[in-house]
Structure formats: structure tokens, C-alpha cells
Design a protein around this ligand. Sequence first.
Ligand code: GDP
Length: 392
Amino acid sequence: MKLAMIGFGQAGGKIVDRFLDYDDRTNSGIVRAAIAVNSAKADLMGLERIPQDNRVLIGQARVKGHGVGADNELGAEIAEEDIDEVQNAIDAIPTHEVDAFLVVAGMGGGTGSGGAPVLAKHLQRIYTIPVYGLGVLPGTDEGGIYTLNAARSFQTFVREVDNLLVFDNDSWRQTGESVEGGYEQINEEIVRRFGLLFGAGEVSGDQEVAESVVDSSEIINTLSGGGVSTVGFASEEVDLNTGGGLLSRFTGDGSGEDDLDAANTTNRITSLVRKAALGRLTLPCEIEGTERALLVLGGPSEYLNRKGIERGRKWLEEETGSMEVRGGDYPREKPEVAAAILLSGVTNVPRIKRLQQVAIEAQDNIDDIQAESEENLEELVEDDEDELEPLF
Ligand code: GDP
């Protein structure tokens, strides 16, 4: 499906930048337009792919291009004040060719954390196409204020979008890596997963017609109904030239080999589906109780078959208890068979409950510290016996 992507804040901008790169590399055609919005000039300048004209600096009157720190209330205020500047950039893109908006932001910081929900609300008011969010949760080691920001942004963002796709930095962090190097890998992981998913609805004319191709309306239907989504992914390398048809041609009489190949293909698909659903999700959660799901199988068409996808779909129905599990394939000439599973409307998410708990503790701490420092200051400034009078 074709998306208008808007990256809000530093993480948002960098991830949209990576999506453009992914689009170029894989020819998947999912990014119809890309915009970055930030209150920090330096962050906008650091982007590589997003066209200069599509980089919008907001809040200049307030923060003079220096960003909002981690103040997400200020981030939200600035976004509201300068929404017209963002709208001007959106006016320049052909929104009639776009299936949905995707607003991307790190929820732990300031600009994106506060601004992304404001933008989503604005877009919902103006456009009829769906507005999705891609929200990134901070690592638990980033500190209380980031957790508090993320918890508050999460509540607001979910309410303002048609669906919030969540990626949790914490479960993807690798020890011993520099933060920057770590983010590069994490961002690659993000675009691979969401790229396969959204790319499925965008099979162009010159690609082989899939047996049961995923249509963008199926992605939209899976995401409709709102709530929170997570994505599972698993892949396996395959040899591009030894797929079903060819192999059986080389090995004699054919028919028996074809059966064997079909069984292998089916088994490979079903085990990839299980790995994707039971492995690391973008947001870790219990998959039982998921409201809707979509299974996308990408790979060379000789490695895809309807039976495998059907079995994978049935298995997902059993595991999630959902009556609404869609599935289909996405043929692409890459030496890899990959399964992406979109679990939409997940509700059993201990990670979010923990995040909220830590956020409440951080909020209480911050209130205590503030009260204490006000007291301390008063103690310092006032004389003990109250004998002095201030001037006015
Ligand atoms: P903002 O510019 O004020 O919106 O804040 P940032 O986007 O710099 O940071 C917000 C949060 O996003 C941080 O707390 C990190 O958890 C996360 N973050 C920052 N940069 C990246 C990135 O490149 N990739 C990912 N996945 N997360 C990031």
C-alpha cells in the first residue's frame, strides 16, 4: 500500500529516512511521500534521504531551532501552534494517491512524543484516509522521564490514530553496542518488518501474480477497529534457482519430486509462521486474545503455496482465538522466504503495564523533588526570624 510517512522528532525522521532507503533497495513502492518535522534544526540537517523541501522546522519563535529537550508538553504546544506549516508541506504531496498516513515518532522524547498525537488528530479532522501511528517505546535504561513521556504519549497517541503500531526499543537493545550503532540496526529491523507488511499490498504489474495476493484493503481491514498492534517476523534464506519446478525437472520423472517439494514448501511456511508469532514481536505481548491478524508470506513465487499459508492462517486462528485472521502472499525475487504477522488489537501487554507503573513512580518522584527544592529555596532565601522585607 502507498503511505504518506511523516517522521516527527529525531527518531521519527531517522526511521522515515530508512524507509526511503528500504524502498529504493527493494523497489517496494510503499513511501509515496516522506516528510520530517522537528523543532531541532540540527536533527533535520542530519537526515539523508528526505527531500530538503519536506523538512519542516517548527517552534522557531519558542525554541529557536534548538529543540524542546525532553519536554513533551512543549512539544505538543509547538506542534499545535505551527500545524499550518506542517500542513503546507502535506499540501504539496499527492494525497489522492495515498492509501494511509503513517506518523512515526519516538514516544520517550519531546518533539515527537508531544507532536505526533497532535498531528494525528489534525490529519483525522482533514482527511478521510486512515491515519496510523508508529510509536517507539524507549529502553528501560533511558531513565524515568523518558518512561513518563512515553506512557503519557502512548495514551494520547492511541486515541488519535486509527491504529498504533508499536516498536519497543527495550526488547531490541543489544548489549555492548554504542547507542548510535544500536539504533542503526534497530531501525533496519523496523523497516524490514513494516516494509514486508505494507509492501504486500503494493504488488506492481511486472511482478508475478501471487496465488492469493494481499491487497491493501486487507491491511486496512486488519488495522481498522483501532487499538494497538505488534508485528512478528521470521525469515529463511533460500536458493533462487532451485525452487520446485526447476528441481523436479532436473531429477527425472518429476511427479514424486513435485509432491515432496510441495510438502517442503508447506512445512517451511508453517514453521516460519510459528517462529514469527512466537519469536520476538515489535511489542512483546501475549498473542492470545488478539482481535485481528494478517499473515504475509514474502519470497520467490516457487517457494510460496496456498496450502502453507492456509495452514499458517489456521494455526494463527487457534493461537490467537481470533475469527478474523487474513493471509496471503507477496512474491518477490529475493533469496529469502519471510513471514510477517500483524497482530492488531492486542490487549494482554505486560510491558505497557510495567511502563505505566514506572511512569507513575517517576511522576511521584519528580513531584517530591520539586516540592523539596521549593522548600529548600525558601529556606535559603527567607531569613530565620522573618526580619527582612523584600523590596516589592
Ligand atoms: P525528539 O526529537 O524530541 O522527538 O526525541 P528523540 O526522537 O530524539 O528521542 C525519543 C526517543 O526515541 C528516545 O528516548 C529513544 O528511545 C528513541 N530513539 C531516538 N533515536 C532513535 C532511533 O534512531 N531509532 C529508534 N528506534 N529509536 C530512537
